[in-house]
Write a protein that binds this ligand. Structure first.
Ligand code: SF4
Ligand code: SF4
Ligand code: FES
Length: 303
């Protein structure tokens, strides 16, 4: 009989509250164990934290600089402050700079943090040279998903989901440097000419709709996308014997998007092209509208 070995516990203080947490936990886990929270953008529960957005910073006693809570491991006796003026100023600046450089209007977390920290992105405008923000038209080069990179906050979630933590296709990466940095499949290729297998796992983790199902993109443009009118129906994927759990997002009795529950231990929110996009046959031969094409609109050779 094997016995589960419990990791030794470490005691830390979060805003004067003592928490005991397994060693090797992150400060973010300790903060949440204390019943508190900090903002996060690049953090995603099924991906390894990489600490690139810096919106989760906290103060740690004895540390000269602010500390990103999502990647810093706990140490015995650490004293953490999650809501000091310095922390709030830093988070406000991160949000303001994101809002200055890209369109975050469809990024609910950025919007929420902007309101919470009183972000005023307009105060950076005097410093913005002409061309500071490059407005890019959405890339619509396939039938399944759109790259609207003017909304990209470079959180790297999509790159990680496409790599060894998810799909293992390694089809996209960050190309360019500085203000020219962008998510790209290489040499600015159209997605159908790249290594992309159209699993859609990148868009499942994208927090800003920079990567978005084409149905959602088109319905937003037509002004018909309305999450308040959508129901989520959980079912089993009909394609293969794995039997992945699917969440069908249904609006006006039509499927408009498919996701997978993050808490499912089999998929962890990831799907293949069939589960994610192969549902349009459900509406084959019915009235026109998103999802009504007679054939599943998967690119040739991907099924
Ligand atoms: S759809 Fe899948 S394979 Fe293509 S870029 Fe996204 S995660 Fe990678
Ligand atoms: S496309 Fe989305 S997930 Fe990828 S880096 Fe940009 S914002 Fe993050
Ligand atoms: S959430 Fe911690 S650095 Fe992005």
């Amino acid at each position: 009989m094997t016995r589960e070995v419990q990791a030794p516990l470490v005691t830390v203080e979060v805003d004067d509250q003592r928490v005991e947490i397994p060693e090797a936990s992150t400060l973010l886990q300790a903060i949440r164990a204390a019943g508190k929270d900090v903002p996060t953008l690049c953090y995603h529960p099924v991906l390894e934290p990489i600490g690139v957005c810096r919106v989760c910073v906290v103060e740690v006693e004895g540390s000269r600089t602010l500390v990103p809570a999502c990647i810093r491991r706990v140490e015995p006796g650490m004293r953490v402050r999650t809501e000091t003026p310095r922390v709030e100023l830093s988070r406000r600046m991160v949000v303001e700079l994101l809002q200055t450089s890209v369109d975050t209007s469809l990024a609910p977390d950025v919007q929420r943090y902007a309101a919470e920290y009183g972000a005023r992105p307009e105060r950076w405008q005097p410093f913005a040279r002409e061309g500071f923000r490059t407005r890019r038209a959405p890339k619509v080069d396939n039938d399944l998903y759109v790259r609207d990179l003017d909304r990209c906050i470079l959180c790297y979630r999509c790159v990680r989901a496409c790599g060894e933590e998810g799909q293992s296709s390694f089809a996209i990466a960050v190309a360019g440097r500085g203000l020219g940095a962008r998510i790209d499949p290489g040499f600015d290729l159209p997605l159908p000419d790249s290594a992309c297998v159209f699993c859609g796992n990148c868009l499942a983790v994208c927090p800003t709709e920079a990567l978005v199902p084409k149905t959602q993109f088109e319905m937003r443009r037509a002004g018909t996308w309305d999450e308040r009118r959508q129901q989520v129906v959980t079912t089993t994927c009909p394609y293969c014997g794995v039997g992945c759990k699917l969440n069908l997002h249904v609006q006006d009795n039509r499927i408009v998007k498919v996701t997978a529950p993050l808490e499912d231990p089999i998929t962890r929110g990831f799907l293949c092209v069939k589960g994610r996009f192969g549902w349009t046959y459900v509406h084959a031969g019915t009235a026109s509208g998103p999802g009504s094409e007679a054939e599943p609109s998967t690119p040739a050779g991907t099924l």
